[in-house]
Design a protein around this ligand. Structure first.
Ligand SMILES: Cc1cc2nc3c(=O)[nH]c(=O)nc-3n(C[C@H](O)[C@H](O)[C@H](O)COP(=O)(O)OP(=O)(O)OC[C@H]3O[C@@H](n4cnc5c(N)ncnc54)[C@H](O)[C@@H]3O)c2cc1C
Length: 409
């Protein structure tokens, strides 16, 4: 038997879960259903990332990323304190190892300050070595003392529990297949029957553009999957890294460059690189989907991007196939690192929206439709910012969908 819902949320990653949680917190009487195709929450980007609570350095002042990362990071820490989820404020340094990187480092300092990131400091070689004794090549660095680490998969599980407790209906193992509009709302066809809902919020990560099109929306961009591969430091060499050590990123890309990340599990990860994945959920090099690959190769935006950045793409591929090249990139930050100190670990696939013009969509993108909101670009720092993104979606939904009526009766 089908039940009518006020809102259906598609996607049980951290963004969909945080959105459902914020909606139910503000509107306890809301009839909400969340559908997730996997048998557990947070199975994709949410559990395949660096686990960093970002501070808000990198993003253009005034952008949604800047706005939600700074506030969202604090919300995330507060949520974890209240719910007993482990996280650690270990601090981070962004290290310039060449003179030519210093202007970009200074720009990060300016951006971070404009975005309200507290206690940032540009530091010299001596202080760098006090914080990270093995980052011996650093000429100058930006110290970000409040950056932290967390396991976002644990946050996703807790959000699922809280949504269920608040009366939300959670349907795992339920894939959305199609959407029809009726007079009173939307009919969602899923692998486990139909769901009737007045409105929809889609947070479908690597499939977000497809869900938007299914509903008649046009995100003006396509999701291109970029795999990020990691190495783990062997336990005896984890002492090389105390917290988070990042390079100065190439400002033309939304990716941050291979870095060292201490994890809440006690290890140290190195990575991720950024290579085209031949499948949207292609965590391994050999995993290929002809449909996914054909969509990329027939998309004009991809060829425009490739023509402009073929050299960077080539270097990333080399790092993907050659451990030596990967380690060489890491040695720029920590020269004591040896090839024998790292072993291949997992990977994650980023859902990066690419415009037809060949430009990577830099900011978060929410496509508004009469009955639906589609989150069509939520790459890093969307895990950090998830509770704040959920708050922004709540505000838009309140304006568009009149959720208040039920809450007021
Ligand atoms: C390598 C890597 C490193 C990163 N590092 C960080 C970091 O350190 N800090 C940070 O803040 N962010 C980081 N990010 C980004 C962060 O992980 C993502 O921004 C965030 O997880 C996005 O969450 P999401 O809910 O939008 O997507 P996802 O977690 O991918 O969730 C989307 C969900 O939608 C479901 N779905 C899709 N289609 C359907 C359908 N048709 N029917 C039903 N369900 C569907 C999927 O199964 C999936 O569970 C990183 C990402 C990657 C890949």
């Amino acid at each position: 038997m089908s039940r009518d819902f006020d809102i259906a949320v598609v996607g049980g990653g951290i963004v969909g879960l945080a959105t459902a949680y914020r909606l139910l917190q503000a509107h306890p009487d809301l009839r909400l259903v969340l559908v997730e195709k996997e048998e557990r929450f947070g199975a994709h980007q949410t559990s395949h990332n660096s686990g960093v609570i970002h501070s808000g350095l990198y993003y253009k002042p005034g952008s949604a990323k800047a706005r939600t990362c700074v506030g969202g990071g604090e919300l995330m820490k507060q949520f974890c304190r209240e719910q007993g989820i482990r996280f650690e404020i270990c601090g981070k340094i962004v290290v310039a190892t060449e003179e030519r990187e210093i202007p970009a480092l200074e720009e990060l300092h300016r951006r971070g300050t404009a975005n309200g990131v507290p206690d940032l400091a540009v530091i010299g070689p001596e202080r760098i070595r006090e914080i990270e004794p093995h980052a011996t090549t650093g000429l100058r660095a930006l110290h970000v003392p409040h950056a932290g680490i967390i396991a976002y998969a644990e946050v996703a599980v807790k959000l699922g529990e809280l949504i269920a407790k608040a009366g939300g209906e959670l349907r795992l193992g339920t894939r959305l297949l199609g959407i029809r509009e009726t007079q009173g709302g939307l009919v969602l066809e899923t692998t486990k029957g139909v769901v009737h809902a007045k409105n929809l919020v889609s947070c479908a990560g690597l499939h977000s553009d497809r869900v938007a099109r299914m509903e008649g929306g046009d995100p003006g961009a396509k999701i291109i999957p970029f795999r990020g591969e990691y190495y783990d430091l062997v336990p005896e060499r984890c002492s090389l890294v105390k917290g988070l050590i990042y390079p100065v990123p190439d400002a033309r890309f939304p990716f941050l460059g291979v870095h060292f990340t201490r994890t809440v599990h006690g290890g140290v990860e190195a990575g991720p690189n950024a290579v085209l994945a031949f499948r949207r959920e292609g965590y391994k090099k050999h995993q290929i989907s002809l449909r996914d690959l054909a969509e990329v190769l027939t998309y004009p935006g991809f060829w425009k991007l490739a023509a402009k950045f073929w050299r960077t793409g080539f270097d990333e591929m080399v790092r993907s196939f050659s451990k030596r090249a990967f380690v060489a990139a890491l040695q720029k930050l920590v020269p004591d690192l040896r090839e024998a100190d790292v072993e291949p670990a997992g990977s994650g696939v980023r859902a990066q929206a690419l415009a037809r013009s060949g430009a990577m969509v830099d900011d978060f993108l929410i496509v508004e439709r009469p009955r639906a909101l589609h989150v069509c670009n939520a790459p890093s720092p969307a895990a950090t910012a998830s509770l704040a993104i959920g708050g922004e979606i709540l505000r838009i939904a309140e304006e568009k969908f009149d959720l208040g009526v039920r809450a007021r009766v």
